[in-house]
Design a protein around this ligand. Structure first.
Ligand code: GDP
Ligand code: IMO
Ligand code: MG
Length: 422
């Protein structure tokens, strides 16, 4: 297998960082293709925690090349901070970390606009406040700034001036916020451009070349399929193509297709921010999962909403990204739980539906649950209980693809492979 992808199959935070780090060991490149530092990907190795935001989660394997593709939105200050932190943990150099010259830059204006809209706008999305949406808006309206523009002051002035007058009016008269002048922002960004220039390259041709040499490439998604700008629960989504299709536009996989697409899912469901959530729990069990699972956002620290595993949503995710297998995480959190349920279908307007197609109003979907005998596995013994097997087999049968990996703790070692990924 030369090409693989790790994609969140729910609303993000499924454990993509952990699974990417695991598989990166046998890969030559790990490529991020969308999103930005709204992502928070956690890896634990021997009691040491690393949280990555825009740097790919293969970075703890210095022999593996980390690539930030052109579909990513990059906030240079945040990137440089993340880089200096990670340099204390692993060996990162311009030889093993590359940034696409055509990735889009998140400026001060994007962050300010994101914050202003969330605090003053009529409809709150519950964003991470990192400027992600406004940066993608500028990209699509062809006013974005590319990483390569940071390396040339004249270009930077020209590109930043484009649209500045419009933004200045908006900030002054609608949001009543002072914003930096063009000169101030040019100086700031140019300084950062100088600091990151050694990492900048044409990543499309780099990936093309590595694939022709037979190297193994792992594409690392951020967020999850249900937050995809097209497939997700719009408008409560992020602004990029988080699903498999984003790989083709956001990184490039010249002349090929991704062979193995691993959807990462928690054994229950979580969501941060606003939006529908059919299996959300508001009772004691929900609180227990939230507390035991330590369900707080890795980027914003917000409490994650928790609910039972939702098969109709996962069936939809399998279709959206042609998932070929599932990595199921956090099974330790469900072990010893008093009550164990899985939503296998919804009742909507008196009809039973088993796939959360976009035509279904999720606010009106009543979850239908199958109850399972709780399992009490400790996992380390390597002998799964009958109850655990019954639970896993049910999920596998419902989704029609194998659960190839399952995880029972945050550490790199707390994992079981049920199939080979080589
Ligand atoms: P990502 O955004 O998909 O990479 O996931 P996050 O890092 O935001 O959130 C997943 C959280 O669950 C992190 O704190 C991980 O360390 C943790 N985690 C991953 N897999 C497991 C697991 O199997 N069991 C437990 N208890 N924690 C896990
Ligand atoms: P990882 O990669 C979970 C959510 C936000 C909000 C919506 C839009 O760690 O799984 P944005 O700032 O992107 O405009 O916010 O998307 N969101 C995430 N939720 N995990 C993430 O990333 C997320 N990135 C964005 O909470 O609901
Ligand atoms: Mg996360």
């Amino acid at each position: 297998m030369q090409t693989m992808a790790i994609i969140g199959a729910q609303w993000g935070d499924e454990g993509k960082g952990k699974i990417t780090d695991l598989l990166a060991e046998q890969c030559d490149l790990v490529v991020r293709y969308q999103g930005g530092h709204n992502a928070g990907h956690t890896i634990w190795v021997n009691g040491q925690k690393t949280v990555l935001h825009v740097i790919p989660s293969g970075v703890l394997h210095p022999k593996c090349l980390s690539v930030i593709g052109h579909g990513v939105v990059l906030e240079p200050e945040n990137f440089l901070n993340e880089l200096s932190k990670i340099k204390g943990v692993t060996n990162v150099t311009p030889d093993n970390l590359k940034i696409s010259s055509t990735a889009t830059v998140i400026t001060s204006f994007h962050k300010l606009l994101d914050g202003a809209r969330e605090s003053q706008g009529p409809e709150k999305i519950g964003t991470t406040g990192k400027g992600i949406g406004p940066a993608y808006e500028d990209k699509v309206s062809r006013r974005g700034i590319k990483v390569k523009d940071l390396l040339d002051k004249d270009t930077l002035v020209r590109r930043l001036s484009n649209g500045y007058a419009e933004k200045a009016i908006l900030f002054k008269h609608l949001y009543h916020i002072d914003i930096p002048s063009i000169d101030e922002e040019v100086e700031r960004l140019y300084r950062y451009g100088e600091a990151l220039k050694d990492y900048v390259t044409d990543t499309f041709s780099l990936i093309d070349q590595k694939l022709s040499e037979g190297k193994r490439v792992l594409y690392e998604g951020a967020q999850g399929i249900l937050l995809d700008i097209d497939y997700g629960t719009y408008p409560y989504v992020t602004s990029s193509s988080t699903a498999g299709a984003g790989i083709y536009t956001g990184a490039g996989i010249p002349g090929r297709r991704v062979e193995e697409v691993i959807g990462v899912a928690k054994a229950y469901t979580t969501r941060v921010g606003e939006g529908p959530f059919p299996t959300e729990l508001f009772d004691e069990i929900g609180n227990e999962i939230q507390t035991k699972g330590n369900e707080f956002g890795a980027t914003t620290g917000r409490k994650r909403r928790c609910g039972w595993l939702d098969i109709p949503l996962l069936r939809y995710s399998v279709k959206c990204s042609h998932l070929t297998s599932i990595a199921l995480t956090k099974l330790d959190i469900l072990s010893h739980i008093k009550e164990l349920k899985v939503c296998y279908a919804y009742e909507v307007n008196g009809k039973v539906v088993d796939c959360a197609y976009p035509g279904i109003n999720l606010y009106h979907a009543k979850p239908l649950y199958k109850e399972f005998k709780p399992f009490t596995d400790d996992f380390a013994s390597g002998k799964p209980s009958k109850e655990f097997e019954a639970y896993m087999n049910f999920i596998q049968e419902c989704l029609g693809i194998p659960v190839g990996i399952y995880a029972y703790g945050p550490d790199r070692a707390q994992v079981v492979f049920r199939q080979k990924y080589s």
